[in-house]
Design a protein around this ligand. Structure first.
Ligand code: HEC
Length: 201
């Protein structure tokens, strides 16, 4: 963590978060509670829209609701803002809740679980094959991480994403796409049911 290469962008994320929209409102107005607790509230089940709501989707929705343009889907400014909120929430617990008695929420949870355990791609591997069955084992130069806790420390800065023109930042859904590609499967679109349900599981 000496001279972390990501600090500048987390600071940029803070500035963007605190910037007032053209209508005079700001991001905080879209969320409940202290800014430091926002990250811990996601992913969550949105009872009105009947879908899993991720933090990044909530940031995009907040902009659109206030007449601002969308800002990407898994990197750049969206990832910086999300990284800022994650940084100020450090040390707190993320507790994903499937509301009891809500059949749609339960279905989304089960769909996410099914996605995680389904084999795909030319290599015919599921997420669970690598991140459950082989967690802790080596795959070439990498040690496979356990799936438990994946959602807690994203967005991240990666050297791979910093090559060429990138700034290195990416959200968890960007990472999912990479893991799909690794097994030679076509990645799914970000912020759609497939990845959202999984983040919430
Ligand atoms: C062929 C094995 C393989 C499969 C299958 C696979 N991954 Fe990965 N995944 C990796 C490797 C290797 C890494 C980098 C090392 C690490 O952090 O685990 C990684 C990293 C990740 C990370 C980042 C972990 C971190 O803490 O930085 C997430 C999140 C992730 N994978 C999710 C998934 C999901 C979701 C799927 C299914 C769509 C999946 N992976 C399928 C090999 C795989």
């Amino acid at each position: 963590m000496e001279m972390p290469p990501f600090e500048d962008h987390v600071e940029k994320g803070e500035k963007l978060w605190k910037k007032t929209f053209r209508n005079g409102k700001n991001y905080s107005s879209c969320f409940s509670g202290n800014d430091k607790t926002i990250r811990t509230q996601f992913p969550r089940w949105d009872t009105v829209k009947s879908r899993v709501e991720t933090l990044e989707q909530a940031i995009i929705d907040c902009r659109v609701k206030n007449g601002e343009k969308k800002i990407g889907s898994g990197k750049g400014r969206l990832a910086w803002i999300s990284a800022y909120l994650t940084t100020i929430a450090e040390g707190q617990v993320i507790n994903v809740i499937v509301p009891e008695g809500d059949a749609k929420a339960l279905k989304a949870y089960k769909d996410g679980k099914k996605f995680f355990y389904s084999k795909r791609g030319q290599l015919n591997l599921s997420c669970a094959n690598c991140h459950v069955d082989y967690a802790g084992r080596r795959i070439r130069g990498d040690i496979l991480s356990p799936a438990l806790g994946h959602t807690t420390h994203f967005p991240v800065w990666r050297g791979k994403w910093a090559k060429s023109k990138g700034d290195g930042f990416g959200t968890i859904q960007r990472r999912y796409g990479g893991c799909n590609k690794q097994v030679r499967a076509k990645p799914f679109k970000r912020h759609r049911k497939e990845y959202n349900n999984q983040v919430g599981s």
